[in-house]
Ligand binder design. Structure first.
Ligand SMILES: Cc1cc2nc3c(=O)[nH]c(=O)nc-3n(C[C@H](O)[C@H](O)[C@H](O)COP(=O)(O)OP(=O)(O)OC[C@H]3O[C@@H](n4cnc5c(N)ncnc54)[C@H](O)[C@@H]3O)c2cc1C
Length: 421
């Protein structure tokens, strides 16, 4: 591994890959140090476990019309599939499917939830948790909060900043990548100076910027740090001198949410169309339903989604518990015998929460910390020789691959511009 470079990049997720690609265009030498065995970070397509591509992390190209990866994907010949917009194909109330008018009431409650959040944020005033802005007590309100809040955001609405939720809201086109979003991001890493299995544990800034890890020491003139805020907060990367208090505050203002997926092989014979969406009503305190996408792209697997505290709990319990929970959830729709028959194949549970290289799925902002994304993106420790990039740093498209990509590009341009030729 080389020991000197212009700009070192820590982490080969979307942000690190984008930064390296941009630096190459700018004629700067760079090195990307990645702790894991692969590039792509939280964009990872697993083609082995379920017999067809399964994205453990990102799968939707959010706001595709403004996403920097949309034209890149098309140019490289990847297939973007925009499915029909619908909330639930099967919506259970207890053990029976909802009637059409009940589904309509559910959909109206979803619209009302989003409208209430937007209206309250538009009033201005101090930031509050989402939970204080949205309808409560109605027949569908707990179900909608569980889905749009806890599942999609990966954190309970009582702990999530309303302002950040609105500022980073994802609307517009929302296709998926047939070959896998992770496959696309891994392709973009090809040919870049990425070193795998090269964790960095210490970043020292004195005359030079020095990166230290078990593979050796690298001297650079500047460094872009793209680790998740969960990893940064864990202390796995030590900074000398320590980070300024406002940067520490920004990191702690942006904790990691968790969305877990459980993929079960099978289900194609159930007669549901591709991408069928299943969900059920929250039945009382403590009930945490999974949401399902069945047979994506007509493939013979189903994906269960669980977010927030219940996902953290299952992550700690391990993959066998996650699979048992997923099978029990599916049994509510199809019965245990049919689930055993239709899903007799393998299961795979994602491990973003427990994996020390990520420690969560994506960031949320604590109430009152909506400005933390800009603070982290604009932080210039070590006289501007260290920059942060990654999904947490994007003030509009946080929590997405597109946001991470744009943030990596911006950090590369900014750092390159401040270092003498
Ligand atoms: C379950 C799930 C679903 C998601 N769904 C979507 C979606 O549908 N659409 C979407 O756009 N986004 C989605 N996301 C979010 C998206 O995946 C992330 O926002 C994006 O991939 C983050 O990229 P990044 O470069 O900021 O960070 P990362 O991908 O986390 O990259 C950081 C890299 O640093 C490495 N690293 C960690 N520690 C060290 C160290 N000490 N030294 C060196 N390297 C280290 C890590 O291994 C990692 O590769 C999802 C994420 C998850 C987990």
């Amino acid at each position: 591994m080389p020991t000197e470079t212009d700009i070192a990049i820590i982490g080969a997720g979307a942000a690190g890959i984008a930064a390296a690609a941009r630096l190459a265009e700018l004629g700067r030498s760079c090195l990307v140090l990645e702790a894991g065995t692969r590039s792509g970070g939280r964009a990872f397509t697993d083609t082995a476990s379920l017999g067809s591509p399964f994205d453990h992390g990102a799968s939707w190209v959010h706001v595709a019309e403004h996403n920097p990866l949309t034209p890149i994907a098309r140019r490289l010949g990847f297939t973007l599939h925009e499915g029909e917009r619908r909330r639930r194909d099967i919506l259970l109330i207890g053990d029976r499917p909802a009637m059409p008018e009940e589904k309509a009431a559910h959909d109206a409650a979803c619209d009302a939830w989003e409208a209430a959040a937007e209206a309250r944020a538009a009033e201005g005033g101090p930031d509050i948790p989402i939970a204080e802005a949205v309808p409560r007590g109605g027949y569908w309100d707990a179900t909608v909060s569980h889905w749009l809040g806890t599942t999609v955001c990966g954190v309970e609405p009582g702990r999530n900043s309303l302002r950040d939720y609105i500022d980073t809201g994802l609307d517009g086109e929302n296709p998926q990548v047939r070959e896998g979003f992770g496959t696309l991001v891994a392709r973009l890493a090809e040919g870049l100076p990425i070193h795998l299995l090269a964790p960095i544990h210490h970043l020292r800034a004195d005359r030079d910027v020095t990166l230290e890890g078990p593979r050796g020491t690298i001297r650079a003139r500047g460094c872009i740090v793209t680790l998740s805020t969960g990893v940064l907060a864990s202390g796995a990367l030590r900074f000398s001198p320590g980070l300024p208090p406002e940067v520490e505050a920004a990191i702690h203002g942006l904790p990691m949410a968790l969305l877990s997926k459980i993929g079960l092989r099978g289900g194609a014979g159930l007669g549901l169309g591709p991408f069928a969406r299943l969900g059920r009503r929250v039945e009382g305190e403590g009930d945490r339903p999974m949401s399902w996408v069945m047979s994506p792209f007509g493939r013979d697997h189903a994906i269960g989604f669980l977010g927030g505290d219940a996902a953290w709990f299952l992550a700690r319990e391990g993959p066998a518990a996650a699979e048992a929970c997923a099978r029990a959830e599916l049994a509510r729709y199809f019965g245990p015998a049919e689930v055993a028959r239709a899903f007799s194949g393998r299961a795979v549970a994602t491990d973003w929460g427990e994996n020390p290289l990520f420690l969560g799925a994506y960031t949320y902002a604590r109430p009152g910390a909506a400005g933390a994304r800009a603070a982290l993106a604009e932080a210039r420790p070590a006289d501007g020789r260290i920059r942060f990039a990654g999904e947490a740093c994007h003030t509009r498209y946080a929590g997405t691959v597109g946001g991470a990509w744009a943030s990596g590009m911006a950090a590369a341009e900014a750092l390159s511009a401040t270092l003498p030729g």
